[in-house]
Design a protein around this ligand. Structure first.
Ligand code: CDP
Length: 806
């Protein structure tokens, strides 16, 4: 009777529930190479599709000759826009209310655009077919600069929109203009700026980059002509939404489409949207009656699938002489490329850019965003962030530094003066959000103390003097950031994508022997959902996490959900999981009371059992209750023990963090060394501290890449300059800094278990932190703003421009 002698603490530990650093159950297969990714799928008679892509950024297509390609052994078909037109599939709707060519229809708008789709018996034949397609292009003037795109005589990029003065998000005021989105009080903000003691003004550019998941995008489409059922395996971050969109676009009834996301090798927002490859593969499977696989190459992925950022943010920040911020103004020019394919909730064409007041109590603010077409790839996805939160955080954290320079103040102190105080939560921001909870001062003090901030500043000052005396060529930069996030879209009343409300779901079935399966509307791409969501259930109903299987990603079995991106899984599906578990617990209580022959109210939950109040020796374990639910006729209670919850969150969650980076910078070479990076995250209740730490390491490494070298760059002709990993910086273990992680816990008051998201926080917080460190090193020499990425050349150029090379 081991169970009888175990203390509640021992029983609780045995569950491996919330708060436990449970090892990732996924890693058993991942570390043994047993993952099952899209490219691992092999079906009888499966064909391969590949794209002919445009070498031009802007060109008219005079003709496409497919004859030679069709003669290549193994090539079965070559699809062009003309073939898709009769089906109404040559264009497709984007998530942002625009439309996008599936295959080039008359012209191309960016280098790498899909022009024709070759279907062949294998990958090699498809590649030979692609090479044999002859396309006659007439090149057109190229615009890669969003400001030049708005010149009156700029070339017309979207001829299909000619004469359209209304777009999906209101009036268009120029042929390359997409929308203007305004938030906040313009008049009040301008009045504050006019009267302020101090106004700091700066253009902050967050360059174009790319999520670059290790696994590229791909799918396998298989149309069964006998059953009329289409099965689509793919790298989808939102499989249910893909099913609905596929049904709407193709006209195939939704119950006849099964979408399966198998293992996914990273998504980071890149796998949210719908790409031409999916549409063409479905058409090809319907036409040939065979399964068709399409998997991108690395270059395809970097050139044509969704980019991130590319925001030019003109800011003004007003303050008193003492440093109290009185107002914030921001005008953003957003480069959306050839089509507006941003992945944002419908009502937010610039995502959550209106969280740009950050962690600060700013009485008035105004934000305007202008979306603009250019000859670049479409996208605008949340690269490990919640719909433009990253841009917002970078903007405000740079503006704070710029203001500190203007006020000649210490930037840590300036933040301290302006933080929203703990007693102000729930806090109504000037741009319309209600922050749920926070304790920024505590986190900030903990962070400053942990790194020994004052001593660091003294060391920095001493180094500066040594530099001036010619004793060293290395400066020290101290990067500070305090970020506030907004994650967990819904609520449905505010957030939908293509009309689909952003709730999420969980269904739990307890088996007779007391183990369980849970299915969710989300899909892990490496975040470890199978590990952590089982922990929520374990704590809520007292079944060991090891006895719970978790499934996601199959629309035939999982309840409808909006998927995984923007750190929404824990705030939304995690809440659904807790709520479904609580329904099971409520039913279990009735069963336990019946078995113990007492009233429902006379039993209480105790870790893994219900006990009779005041008589702890009388209890029924969850295992016993599960069995009874299947084998006893309990009056008034249905057999079985299962529940489903569709959770519409009442608000988003607002995780936050305090990050501090110490960087050594070699003025002569532009090289840098991250001496230390301290990351304090507050994501409310922590489900699995080890997974959180892993999320922070991964996100901060992506942030390091973005800040210090990673970019999608084009030349003036629209040639993509960074389409391989020779040019697109992805840190290896060698470059990756060492991180020190820390935390505070400020639970979300409206989330059933108090948890907030964390996956994206380190990307959001680390980019300004690394960037601020670079700027801080050169602050004594007058540097105010220098655009990312801070690669060696750009850092060298800062020093050169400041006259530090003698
Ligand atoms: O939506 P996504 O999974 O990308 O992000 P998330 O909800 O922030 O969760 C990332 C991972 O961290 C998941 O495995 C979560 O369960 C885990 N997590 C946690 O252990 N505790 C939290 N408070 C938040 C997330």
């Amino acid at each position: 009777m081991k169970d009888e002698v175990q203390s509640p603490e021992e029983r609780s530990a045995g569950l491996k529930g919330m708060g436990c650093s449970r090892k990732r159950v996924e890693d058993v297969r991942f570390t043994q190479g047993k993952g099952n990714y899209v490219d691992d799928i092999k079906l009888d008679g499966m064909l391969t599709g590949d794209f002919v892509r445009s070498p031009y950024a802007h060109a008219r297509i005079k003709s496409i000759d497919t004859e030679a390609a069709l003669a290549v052994p193994g090539v079965l078909a070559v699809l062009t826009a003309k073939d898709l037109e009769p089906l109404g599939l040559h264009w497709m709707p984007t998530l942002a209310g625009d439309k996008q060519m599936v295959l080039a229809d008359g012209k191309v708008l960016f280098q790498g655009q899909e022009v024709a789709y070759v279907v062949a018996t294998d990958r090699y034949a498809a590649a030979d077919g692609v090479a044999a397609v002859e396309v006659d292009y007439e090149d057109l003037p190229v615009v890669t600069d969003p400001f030049k795109a708005m010149d009156p005589d700029a070339p017309v990029l979207r001829e299909d929109l000619a004469g359209q003065t209304e777009g999906a998000h209101g009036p268009r005021r120029h042929h390359n203009h997409i929308f203007t989105w305004e938030q906040g009080d313009r008049a009040a903000t301008e009045a504050v700026l006019a009267e302020a003691d101090v106004v700091a003004e700066e253009m902050v550019y967050y360059h174009r980059t790319h999520p670059m998941p290790l696994e590229t995008c791909g799918c396998v489409a298989s149309m069964d002509k006998v059953t009329g059922k289409l099965t689509l395996w793919g790298t989808f971050q939102a499989p249910h939404a893909v099913r609905t969109v596929a049904s709407l676009i193709s006209g195939i009834a939704e119950h006849n489409i099964r979408v399966i996301s198998p293992d996914i090798g990273g998504g980071f927002g890149n796998k949210v949207g719908v790409y031409p490859g999916y549409v063409c593969s479905i058409v090809a499977s319907i036409v040939t009656g065979k399964p068709v696989k399409w998997v991108e190459s690395r270059m395809d992925n970097l050139m044509s699938t969704a980019f991130a950022r590319d925001y030019w943010m003109q800011g003004k920040i007003a303050a008193t002489k003492e440093g109290k911020i009185t107002g914030l103004w921001c005008h953003t020019t957003a480069d959306h490329g050839g089509f507006d394919a941003c992945a944002d909730p419908t009502k937010f064409p610039a995502g959550f850019m209106n969280i740009c007041t950050g962690s600060y109590d700013i009485p008035v603010a105004y934000l305007a965003v202008d979306g603009v077409y250019t000859n670049k790839a479409p996208g605008g996805v949340a690269y490990r962030c919640s719909f433009r939160v990253t841009e917002a955080a970078y903007f405000i954290e740079r503006m704070i530094e710029v203001l500190a320079i203007k006020l000649n103040m210490d930037a840590a102190e300036l933040r301290r003066i302006n933080f929203i105080r703990k007693d102000q939560f729930p806090y109504q921001s000037a741009l319309g959000w209600e922050y749920d909870s926070g304790d920024y001062h505590t986190a900030w003090e903990k962070a400053l103390n942990a790194v020994g901030y004052d001593a660091l500043r003294r060391e920095q000052a001493a180094r500066l003097e040594a530099f001036k005396r010619g004793e060293t060529r290395k400066l020290i930069g101290i990067g500070l950031t305090h970020f506030t996030e907004i994650v967990g879209a819904g609520p449905v009343k505010n957030c939908d994508i293509l009309g689909l409300g952003m709730f999420d779901s969980c269904e739990i079935r307890i088996h007779p022997t007391g183990s369980a399966i849970a299915r969710l509307g989300t899909i892990s791409q490496g975040q470890g959902h199978a590990t952590t969501f089982a922990q929520i259930i374990a704590s809520e109903i007292g079944i060991p996490a090891d006895d719970i299987t978790l499934e996601e990603g199959d629309t035939d079995t999982a309840p409808y959900g909006l998927g995984t991106y923007g750190s929404r899984s824990t705030p939304v599906a995690g809440a659904a999981t807790a709520m479904a578990a609580r329904k099971i617990r409520a039913k279990a209580q009735m069963i336990a009371a019946y078995l113990l022959e007492v009233h429902d109210d006379d039993v209480e939950f105790d870790v893994d059992r219900f006990v009779v109040k005041g008589a702890p020796e009388r209890f029924k374990t969850m295992k016993e209750i599960a069995f009874a639910s299947y084998n006893q006729a309990i009056p008034g209670v249905e057999p079985g023990l299962e529940a489903v919850s569709y959770y519409d969150p009442p608000n988003m969650t607002y995780p936050f963090g305090a990050y501090i980076c110490v960087m050594e910078i070699d003025v002569d070479t532009g090289e840098h060394e991250v001496r230390s990076f301290y990351a304090l995250d507050d994501c409310g209740t922590r489900i699995n501290p080890m997974i959180i730490e892993g999320q922070v390491h991964g996100g901060a490494t992506e942030g390091y890449a973005i800040a210090m070298g990673q970019e999608i760059a084009y030349d003036d002709m629209g040639n993509h300059k960074t389409a391989t990993l020779m040019d697109f910086f992805v840190p290896t273990a060698w470059e990756t800094p060492h991180y020190t992680t820390d935390f505070t816990v400020t639970p979300s008051p409206h989330h059933p278990i108090g948890a907030k998201g964390v996956g994206e926080s380190p990307n959001v917080g680390s980019v300004p932190c690394f960037s601020n460190a670079v700027h801080d090193a050169f602050r004594p020499f007058g540097l105010v703003q220098s655009h990312m990425p801070h690669d060696h050349w750009r850092i060298w150029k800062i020093a050169e421009d400041l006259g530090l090379h003698g």
